[in-house]
Design a protein around this ligand. Structure first.
Ligand SMILES: Cc1cc2nc3c(=O)[nH]c(=O)nc-3n(C[C@H](O)[C@H](O)[C@H](O)COP(=O)(O)O)c2cc1C
Length: 347
């Protein structure tokens, strides 16, 4: 199936999917009744790829390449500009193959001339493709996505996954911009995070299970070829975050992605040690159902609630939030014990 049809089908089927929420219910804050902080001084500043950001949120890779995708990108770009958030674009492979698709990506730069934009390609990308994708939108970084289960669930998807790590290493070593590797909803484990770190990536977006489910989505598109229990494949976002943080130990940025749309979960992810939080399915559904103003309001609410939660833990900055005590229970605790992962004292 041509990429054009697939892109729009992802959006339309994704819109019908019940929106998933990452499960952080095993991560507990401890209320601080003497925070000794002023809400007006609580700031959400973070640093990613060597760049200071006013807030830890960003709009994660979604789309591009078709007229519908171009209109969605324009609406997302407007919201990103108003909220001063970085925005990653959907895979640009389609525009590298077909110049007619370029405008559906460049529109984002037109609407947000000074914004932070991130380019996006799959792990099939060569250095030459990476350079062209970055140049197309004057990107500050390149995301490379990993999506093996999705490809396997697509009738027309890839079947050979050799050479990805080597290509990532080559791009990370030679591209003049930071390279971020991301999953699209199946999570990243400690072992592969270590390989990516060695390959020289600047950050890892865990893209864990809980939000957009590409196995369910592709199953629907290809009229159900996989059995039900396989559809819940993947590492949940909170657990993948703990795995990747344990591997990376501060040597690369770590991004929480996959079903992130509640301020409480975002606060928990940041307290565990995430440097930033990527939102994809949530902004897409808001844009399609209610428009960019609704997304701007939703981001404002997330930021406001995050500040309240931080104050209630006695933190006025993200580095302080990372030092608050956490209690980890249930399945997440068992997973950590089984994998011999300890949450570091200072995260
Ligand atoms: C319709 C749709 C299209 C997507 N296209 C891309 C893409 O082109 N490149 C990519 O890296 N991720 C893509 N993603 C994955 C998201 O960036 C994100 O990693 C994933 O959806 C998990 O986050 P979420 O649960 O917040 O949606 C797409 C997601 C959706 C919903």
């Amino acid at each position: 199936m041509p990429r054009f049809n697939r892109k729009d089908q992802h959006i339309l089927i994704g819109l019908k999917q019940k929106r998933g929420l990452a499960d952080f219910s095993d991560i507990h804050f401890i209320h601080n009744c003497l925070p000794e902080r002023d809400l007006n001084e609580v700031n959400l500043k973070t640093r990613l790829h060597g760049v200071d950001l006013g807030s830890p949120f960003f709009i994660n890779a979604l789309t591009g390449g078709t007229p519908l995708a171009g209109r969605i990108n324009a609406a997302l770009a407007l919201a990103a500009r108003e909220c001063n958030l970085p925005m990653a674009l959907g895979s640009q492979a389609i525009a590298l193959e077909n110049p007619a698709a370029v405008n559906s990506f460049r529109i984002v730069r037109k609407i947000n001339p000074k914004g932070i934009l991130w380019a996006n390609l799959g792990s099939y990308a060569t250095l030459e493709m990476a350079r062209r994708a970055v140049e197309m939108i004057d990107a500050a970084a390149l995301q490379i996505h990993l999506n093996v289960p999705q490809e396997l669930a697509m009738k027309e998807g890839d079947r050979c996954f050799r050479g990805a790590l080597e290509r990532i290493g080559r791009i990370a070593g030679a591209l003049s911009k930071p390279v971020v590797v991301k999953e699209v909803g199946f999570g990243i484990a400690r072992e592969q995070a270590l390989l990516l770190l060695e390959a020289g990536v600047a950050a890892i977006d865990v893209g864990g299970r809980g939000g957009t489910n590409f196995l369910a989505l592709e199953n629907r598109r290809s009229r159900r070829i996989l059995s039900r229990e396989i559809l819940s494949w993947g590492i949940p976002t909170a657990i993948s975050l703990i795995e990747v943080l344990d591997a990376v130990k501060g040597e690369a940025g770590v991004i929480a992605g996959g079903g992130m749309c509640s301020s409480y979960n975002i606060a928990r992810a940041l307290a565990l040690g995430a440097d930033a939080v990527g939102l994809a399915g949530y902004p897409l559904q808001l844009i399609l159902r209610k428009g960019p103003r609704a997304l701007i309001r939703a981001i404002g609410k997330l930021e406001e609630e995050l500040r309240l939660l931080m104050l209630m833990t006695g933190s006025s900055s993200l580095p302080e939030l990372r030092r608050v005590p956490l209690v980890i229970t249930g399945f997440t605790r068992e997973w950590m014990e089984s994998r011999q992962i300890k949450l570091p004292e200072s995260r």
